[in-house]
Design a protein around this ligand. Structure first.
Ligand code: RIB
Ligand code: CA
Length: 308
């Protein structure tokens, strides 16, 4: 069983990652830490609480950083809507966040561990970066960092950069250079995981609370991306991190040197992936280069069936 902390910015696909992780027999979800990203922290935190309340999962939720380390804050309301999770209508919110700051929860959990916790990040990496700066000793306690972010090819916010890295490239740099194993689940594979109307219908037929929430979420998420990009299926980025822990054979990874662009005006936030080893530098991440898409949707459907 993989012990994880899921750091996220719900966000429709983050919510799908929570769904997949929270009831998986292969995942022990120690806590959900929330960061500003797709929307402001107030909204991403509220969304995380609404999701765990709706799903009825007893996982502690912690509020984290409300802005990036250095750059100005950016959000993605064009994709996720004004609330950050447009679409579902939730009952009155009763769940509250833990009083402890997410960064302190990450530090406390890792320092108390024997190195068995995997940090999964599906938003800007601000919380983990802050934890690494506040208590550098946690680095040796991190089993692995599995992030949704970056791309070998082109970005989705600028030609160069993917949103999670673009939103806090300095934080990503701190995490990628902390010395611990990194698995980068980037756009190269997550763009292949398209939530088409057929997928939505398949998940709707699961017929429980989780699938109902998924269908409501995808109603907005897919419609927005069809309107913006003409896509018949919205890429469901974040749950690929969780699915890759449930089935390590799901994605094919290639070790490469990856450096984060911090200084270029045009390419700020690019994950410069040395796919062919031109720079002859040591690899710094296992980068996902292929995925068994059919297997992903099977894992996701199984994940929804874990709920009553
Ligand atoms: O670029 C996609 C990533 O940015 C996903 O994690 C999405 O939720 C947004 O955070
Ligand atoms: Ca996200």
């Amino acid at each position: 069983m993989e012990k994880i902390i899921l750091d996220c910015d719900p966000g429709h696909d983050d919510a799908a990652a929570i769904m997949l992780a929270a009831k998986s027999p292969k995942i022990e979800l120690l806590g959900i830490t929330v960061v500003a990203g797709n929307q402001t922290l107030e909204k991403t935190l509220r969304n995380a609480l609404n999701v765990v309340q709706w799903l009825g999962v007893d996982v502690p939720v912690y509020g984290g950083c409300d802005r990036p380390l250095v750059r100005e804050k950016v959000t993605a309301g064009d994709i996720h809507g004004k609330t950050g999770l447009d679409g579902p209508v939730f009952p009155p919110l009763v769940r509250v966040p833990e009083p402890e700051h997410a960064v302190n929860f990450i530090i406390r959990s890792l320092m108390a561990s024997d190195g068995e916790i995997t940090m999964v990040t599906t938003g800007p990496m601000t919380n983990l970066a802050m934890a690494l700066r506040l208590e550098p000793q946690i680095a040796e306690k991190i089993k692995r960092i599995v992030l949704m972010g970056g791309a070998c090819t082109n970005g989705n916010v600028t030609p160069a950069a993917e949103f999670n890295i673009f939103a806090d490239a300095e934080a990503a740099h701190i995490c990628f250079t902390c010395g611990r194993p990194v698995t980068m689940i980037g756009l190269d594979v997550t763009r292949m995981v398209k939530c088409t109307p057929e997928v939505v219908e398949r998940m709707k037929n699961v017929g429980n609370r989780a699938s109902a929430l998924f269908v409501d979420m995808m109603g907005h998420f897919c419609k927005t991306q069809k309107a913006l990009f003409g896509w018949d299926g919205a890429p469901l980025h974040d749950p690929v991190t969780i699915a890759s822990l449930i089935d390590p054979a799901l994605v094919t990874v290639k070790p490469m040197n990856v450096r984060i662009e911090l200084r270029s005006e045009q390419s700020y936030g690019r994950t410069n992936c040395d796919y062919f080893g031109y720079c002859q530098l040591p690899s710094t991440a296992d980068v996902a280069v292929d995925i068994n898409v059919q297997r992903f949707w099977d894992i996701f459907e199984e994940g929804l069936r874990n709920y009553s």
